[in-house]
Design a binder for this molecule. Sequence first.
Ligand code: ATP
Ligand code: MG
Length: 255
Amino acid sequence: MSFTIAVAGKGGTGKTTISSLVIRHFVRAGQTPVFAVDADANYNLNDQLGVQVAATIGGSREEMKRKINANEAPVGMSKDDWLEIQMQASLIESEGFDLLVMGRPEGPGCYCAANNMLRRHLEILAGNYKVVVIDNEAGMEHLSRRTTAKIDLLLLVSEPSPVGIMTAARIRDLAKELEIQVERTGLVINRVCGAASVGARLAEEARGLGLEVLGTVPLDDAVVEQALAHRPAFQLPDDAPAVKAIEAILATVVL
Ligand SMILES: Nc1ncnc2c1ncn2[C@@H]1O[C@H](COP(=O)(O)OP(=O)(O)OP(=O)(O)O)[C@@H](O)[C@H]1O
Ligand SMILES: [Mg+2]
């Protein structure tokens, strides 16, 4: 059984950075290979992991559709088998993790059967891994359609402000409304700076909204420098404050 962590939150809060540090943690902990899924249509988790994307699921699906319409589909192969092959071909294998990039979501003309097949194959594929980390796009709606059935930990990332925390609480509520099966929801307050008491006060604010606070991540110069040097967050040093914060947070998460 795999343990699925879905990282979600408002735009620009640090979802992709935190996803890559979560993946880094499990790779270092030897829970390998980690299955990394980039579910953001504007994918860039690969940049933060330091790998290149050759194919995306969305791209493969478009190509399959085009071939079906042009009568160029492979003869003697079911669509199901074909999709599975495409999916395997889209998997980027790296040291300690495999990455699957969902790419653009299905367009209006896409047949539903393909999406059902896709979801099923994703679930089968995910079952091969101990840990699945999904980096999502801002908002929540697509989660129910595109990714695995069950989420063990919904990791909400928020800005270090009461408004940001309120938004995270709304996303939690939306997940409930969408009836996404979530075992546990936890908040990470990112880019915390200022007086030492700020993190504690923000956490208090979150608890007031019924959110479990997993921890805070400081505004980290090392993350900024890494981004400016166009280097992946995955390769941040062990002593980077953001890395240490994620390590402390994940120490409380039992698989
Ligand atoms: N703790 C941190 N300290 C400093 N900079 C950070 C920190 N976390 C994230 N950043 C920076 O903030 C920016 C946005 O981060 P990121 O891309 O991870 O956000 P996102 O939530 O995935 O955005 P999007 O909604 O566009 O997918 C990046 O430039 C990243 O380097
Ligand atoms: Mg992102």
